[in-house]
Design a protein around this ligand. Structure first.
Ligand code: ZN
Ligand code: ZN
Length: 332
């Protein structure tokens, strides 16, 4: 059990109404097990549709402006297969990242009965999220878009219309990687196409008129460059997060809450699903199942009970910690 430094409690708001567990009732319709996870957020849905549209635009230009009109059959077939395979893997990773439960904590489990069943000992506390009435295990955070507490939440990504958390980080990493790869591939092909067209007659190098061809290619160039930079930075950040076993939120709060980390290779294997294999790159292969939460995972230890005595202070700064946790203390 990790010890939480005492200053951590300064950003806890201890509102009396949060300390009444009976106020937390499980949602009336928890939904059958296995229901599809999908966040109904207008902005996120729009961003996800734009992502698909941009990939399909790249597909269109690569196929109908560059590869199909080309007279080099081998060049077209090889590049066509590689580009389509990468685009398919990118879109499949996108769907998996969007439709996978990122690790939501059961909603409304902060009931009086449940907290009593944990039999808290002196010095033990549970963190209750006042927004979704759930008990927060260590490293879980409340997402205001998903309206749920998410285990090992990294950030909420509108481009995949979902939180990036314990269960879908693999798909998100693959999504950024495949988008970076198709962007790079498209840029290389545009480069070759321009060279080819300057050498040959412009009217022969595309089935579209030369001005249309140039506009379509320049737009693809712009899109490719933008996405190559954006997704490779994101990919690097995510891999770094996984290797250091530290989520984006935890990195922001590092100064306030030092914590133990796991060995980097273990963290990488857990995220991608076991020992290194081609399945690491397969968006259809699931990552390791997270260990089911035991009673001990809900409970956290405080260094000293006296530190809990005056937690009336409101949250200090803490941009991301707007979710005013409340704390349940058993004080004998
Ligand atoms: Zn919550
Ligand atoms: Zn979210």
């Amino acid at each position: 059990m990790m010890l939480i430094p005492t200053h951590h409690f300064r950003d806890i708001e201890r509102k009396p109404e949060y300390l009444q567990p009976e106020k937390c009732v499980p949602p009336p319709h928890p939904g059958p097990v296995g229901t599809m996870w999908f966040i109904r957020d207008g902005c996120g849905i729009a961003c996800a549709i734009v992502t698909w549209f941009l990939v399909l635009y790249a597909e269109f230009v690569v196929l109908f402006v560059m590869l199909i009109p080309s007279r080099d059959y081998v060049y077209s077939v090889i590049n066509g297969i590689v580009f389509n395979l990468l685009a398919f893997l990118a879109l499949a990773s996108h769907c998996r990242a969007m439709l996978t439960d990122p690790g939501a904590v059961p909603k409304g489990n902060a009931t009086k009965e449940f907290i009593e069943s944990l039999q808290l000992k002196p010095g033990q506390v549970v963190y209750k999220c006042p927004k979704c009435c759930s008990i927060k295990p260590d490293r879980a955070h409340h997402c205001s878009v998903c309206k749920r507490c998410i285990r090992k939440m990294d950030h909420h990504c509108p481009w995949v219309n979902n939180c990036v958390g314990e269960n879908n980080q693999k798909y998100f990493v693959l999504f950024t990687m495949y988008i970076a790869l198709i962007s790079l591939h498209a840029l290389i092909m545009v480069g070759f196409h321009f060279l080819h067209c300057f050498e040959e007659d412009w009217t022969k190098c595309s089935s579209f008129s030369p001005p249309t061809t140039v506009i379509l290619l320049i737009l693809l160039c712009f899109e490719g460059l933008l996405f190559l930079i954006f997704t490779s930075v994101m990919f690097g950040t995510q891999v770094h997060s996984i290797c250091t076993d530290e989520t984006g939120i935890e990195r922001l709060k590092r100064k306030h809450q030092p914590r133990e980390r796991r060995a980097s290779w273990k963290s990488v294997k857990e995220t991608f699903g076991g020992d290194f294999s081609p399945n690491w790159f397969n968006p259809f292969s699931r990552p390791c199942d997270p260990e089911p939460l035991s009673d001990g995972d809900w409970v956290r230890q405080v260094a000293s009970l006296s530190d809990m005595g005056n937690t009336e202070t409101t949250e200090e700064q803490s941009e991301e910690r707007k979710d005013e946790d409340s704390v349940e203390v058993i004080d004998e």
